[in-house]
Design a protein around this ligand. Structure first.
Ligand SMILES: Nc1nc2c(ncn2[C@@H]2O[C@H](COP(=O)(O)OP(=O)(O)OP(=O)(O)O)[C@@H](O)[C@H]2O)c(=O)[nH]1
Ligand SMILES: [Mg+2]
Length: 311
């Protein structure tokens, strides 16, 4: 990514909050990492990867954009689903601009109608991010039509809507997105010091990195049934950080799959996560992972609270 000149006097630029919303797997986290030029949010091929709001901060001579990457909007019945949706929708009223991101290589559908419906009554400026344009954008017109349906007007009549083809994967139009957003933001002092890139509680960031590695190795169903809780973090001798993390699953059979034959999967996850954690924490890491079955964790209020959800 191009080096941008840093904001030497953040008090004189523009500053505001931009929420990135959309259904799962459309590429919200990838786009955030792309515009920041740094990995702040985990990414996977599995829908519903992001489970908490992730703040990523972009600063240049024009000011500061505080991006909020949100869990994908989806239809689901348990408490975790409800918290995830609430957490996403809840960012809308406080945003100065909304990036409504869609996957133009996939058909629209009931879930997309639900996502677009969240924007029906807001007057906050919207950038319709027509993402994954590198895959040719077959369904672009359908997404425009869906937003028009949600708003009850044609795009030309909707105030404050900008259409932008994008690719978080190739970086196409990422700079253009920043240009558009800076135009939309109010003038004001920066909210974060100019060298801040991410604002996520450390234990959640660590748990997410471990979860990302599990998602990479697991098949479709199991990811939703598992979560990671960092239970313990303590610096030890020889500049090593000792981290103990618990992987919760819903069934005994899932526990077996997560551990793998002869502990192979868990071992691979541990190695991959440790390597990334050592870069993040700039220290050697001793990572201890263990797996436990807890049937109803997705409906357990106190656990969900520990995982960062308001219950
Ligand atoms: N071809 C292509 N693939 C992309 C693009 N952006 C993201 N992807 C892929 O799409 C998948 C989902 O990306 P994420 O960034 O995790 O999507 P998300 O919207 O954050 O998903 P949730 O956190 O589950 O809501 C990953 O496999 C990405 O590599 C893009 O612009 N083009
Ligand atoms: Mg995500």
């Amino acid at each position: 990514m191009e080096e941008t000149q840093k904001n030497s006097n953040p008090a004189q630029g523009r500053c505001g909050m931009v929420t990135i919303i959309g259904r799962p797997n459309v590429g919200k986290s990838t786009l955030l990492n792309c515009v920041l030029g740094e990995k702040v949010a985990i990414v996977s091929q599995v829908p519903q990867t992001t489970r908490n709001q992730i703040r990523g901060i972009y600063t240049d001579e024009r000011g500061q954009i505080v991006f909020i990457d949100t869990p994908g909007l989806h239809i689901g019945g348990d408490k975790l689903d409800k918290f995830m949706n609430k957490s996403s929708v809840g960012t809308i009223p406080n945003a100065d601009a909304i990036v409504y991101l869609v996957d133009t290589s996939r058909r629209t559908g009931a879930e997309e109608e639900y996502a677009a419906g969240q924007l029906a009554s807001t007057n906050i400026p919207i950038v319709l991010g027509l993402n994954k344009i590198d895959l040719k954008g077959k369904y672009v017109p359908d997404y425009i039509a869906l937003l028009e349906k949600a708003k009850g007007k044609s795009v030309q009549e909707i105030k404050n809507v900008t259409l932008l083809p994008l690719s978080g994967k190739t970086g196409a139009n990422a700079q253009k997105l920043l240009d558009i957003l800076f135009e939309l933001l109010p003038e004001g002092p920066a909210l974060y010091p100019e060298d801040t890139v991410c604002d996520v509680p450390q234990k959640l960031a660590i748990a997410d990195i471990i979860r990302e590695k599990l998602f990479e190795l697991m098949k479709e169903e199991i990811p939703h049934a598992l979560t990671v809780v960092v239970e313990h973090m303590q610096p030890k001798a020889k500049k090593t950080m000792h981290i103990r993390a618990l992987i919760l699953v819903e069934r005994e059979t899932q526990k077996e799959i997560v551990i793998g034959k002869g502990g192979q999967i868990l071992k691979t996850v541990g190695t991959l996560a440790r390597q990334e954690l050592e870069v993040l924490l700039e220290t050697k890491v001793f990572l201890e992972l263990y797996v436990k079955v807890q049937k109803q964790w997705r409906n357990d209020d106190s656990l969900l609270q520990e995982l960062g959800y308001e219950t």
